[in-house]
Design a protein around this ligand. Sequence first.
Ligand SMILES: C[S@@+](CC[C@H](N)C(=O)[O-])C[C@H]1O[C@@H](n2cnc3c(N)ncnc32)[C@H](O)[C@@H]1O
Length: 296
Amino acid sequence: MPTLIEGQDKDAKDSYAIEKSDITTFASKYLGLNMLHPGGYKASSELAGLCGMSGNSLVLDIACGKGTSSRFFAKKFGCNVTGIDMDEDRLQSAKALSEKDRAIRSRVKFMCANAENLSFADNTFDIVIVQAALYLLEHAEKAMEEAARVTKPGGRVGFLELTWLKEPSNEIIEEAKGIFGRYLTQAKSSAWQDLIANSGLEITEVKLYNYEATTIKDENAFTFLKVLWKMTTNSAIRNKARKNSSFFIKHPGYMGYGLYVGEKRGRGRIVEPEEMMPCLIALTYLQPQAQTPPLK
Ligand SMILES: C[S@@+](CC[C@H](N)C(=O)[O-])C[C@H]1O[C@@H](n2cnc3c(N)ncnc32)[C@H](O)[C@@H]1O
């Protein structure tokens, strides 16, 4: 029986784990990236804007990963953010990175929770955000119902999700599943919109974009250099990165992402300026006119 030297055995195991990792684990654990969704800060900023995020907003960031967007929202809008995720390692990073940031550390908090079964009371948050996570779930509809439930009437649920921009063949779907995960088949814009409508929300925005395969530009210089070093020195990491990006080179224009926003109708909903116009006009004309004294 051939015996494996301990170090070699570990290297082989590591290489195997890297090769088999899904895109989230690869980006987060093996590359050490913090930004884990396509479109990066630019897309998050747009999504937050479409949801009407402001300093007064109480925000829930579902499947927050390392809390990169939670911190970004707190910093850019001055709001209070709760981030939840199922992965303890990413949550540890989220807590540690936030603790270092004096400007926002009192306004962000993180906890371990399942998107499909939240412990928050009904109508708790003004805005609920989910970025690049529904496609990972077996019961995305359950997560969407939960997101809608914990949103206040008049509040918004905004999600950023992988979306097929062109109808993929079975072969392309199978290839993509090897990179992104097994529930990717449902990732059609129409299916995401049905999910919003079926959870009782009214769709207010849908925007589709091409996938931006790398969000490395959103990482700080230290992380950038670390990634460069890993790519240069670790052939398993290099091969996996090459394999992931070859999907986009081989099938250009298929995979994209969408920004989807749904509003929870009810008391105190956000009224758009154009909806206000007829009311303002009516009010102007219905004002009691100054009475002219009757002619004698
Ligand atoms: C692609 S990452 C996106 C992370 C983060 N939203 C971002 O954009 O940086 C997907 C995240 O979903 C989390 N996740 C997967 N299933 C979950 C579940 N059932 N409940 C909560 N989080 C979940 C994973 O742990 C992972 O951190």
